[in-house]
Write a protein that binds this ligand. Structure first.
Ligand code: HEC
Length: 101
């Protein structure tokens, strides 16, 4: 019983770390982020009239993407783009670009 609860405790600690680890080298994450860099620049620094996204703190970034997705925030393209992603992706993308500022 003790062993099981220790294992459960270890899982509880290790799972979030695995999910939220800032794995910028992850090929999956790099591929997801590629869908953004064409417009927002390779570092998310913005290009022309496209806003910089590597300066937006995590919670604000996630909120912006959720608002685009739900239609709360009107947009020309981001509403459609955001619909292809989950909250997990928003968090990863927020960190990916923040680390490139
Ligand atoms: C086709 C070009 C294009 C692509 C691709 C694109 N964006 Fe955008 N993004 C925009 C534009 C344009 C805006 C301004 C809002 C609007 O009109 O849609 C914007 C706004 C944003 C904002 C809000 C910025 C602010 O200052 O509030 C965030 C966050 C964002 N984009 C994230 C992303 C992410 C993450 C991706 C990749 C999944 C992505 N964008 C892909 C064009 C793009």
């Amino acid at each position: 019983m003790f062993e099981i609860s220790v294992y459960a405790a270890a899982l509880a600690i290790s799972v979030p770390q695995a999910v939220f680890s800032d794995d910028c080298a992850s090929p999956d994450l790099a591929r997801i982020a590629l869908a953004c860099t064409g417009c927002h620049g390779t570092s998310g620094q913005g290009m022309g009239s496209i806003p910089a996204i590597n300066v937006i703190p995590e919670s604000k970034f996630i909120r912006a993407m959720q608002d685009f997705k739900s239609g709360h925030r009107s947009a020309t393209v981001m509403d459609r783009i955001a619909r292809g992603y989950e909250d997990q992706d928003f968090l990863k993308l927020a960190r990916f670009f923040w680390n490139r500022r």
